[in-house]
Write a protein of this length. Structure first.
Length: 129
């Protein structure tokens, strides 16, 4: 594992605004949508949604979310990993894999044994099952 630390947004709720802005800048989804989902995760109660960040050098190096549905028609395939992104300067250090493993372990603790990822990038994600 490289020089980064993976955290949940629940562990560092003060990062909510920064995280919502960061994900918006990567994917173009309205910042408000990220903010609402993140606020819901902080209220607790449900296992979904959850947000995970890889922090390096005091800033967000990567992140992903686990949400009910990531804009696809297969409502039976839930919950979904979404918005996986690693900053270019931090790629090749195992951050995406670390985030995926961390999220899977965390979701398993919350009673959710299977996560789904809808993507065209199969050559990358297949190695993570």
């Amino acid at each position: 594992m490289g020089n980064y630390k993976i955290i949940t947004l629940q562990e560092c709720p003060q990062l909510l605004g920064q995280a919502a802005s960061w994900f918006h800048s990567k994917w173009g989804i309205p910042q408000e949508a990220y903010q609402e989902s993140m606020e819901e995760s902080l209220r607790g109660g449900n296992s979904i949604p959850q947000w995970y960040l890889a922090m390096a050098d005091g800033k967000i190096a990567g992140g992903l979310g686990v949400i009910e549905n990531d804009f696809h028609k297969r409502k039976d395939l839930t919950p979904n990993v979404c918005a996986v992104y690693v900053e270019e300067e931090y790629r090749g250090q195992g951050i995406a894999g670390g985030l995926l493993e961390y999220a899977c372990r965390d979701m398993e603790k919350r009673g959710i044994g299977t996560l789904y990822l809808a993507t065209d990038h199969t050559s990358f994600y297949e190695r993570y099952g």
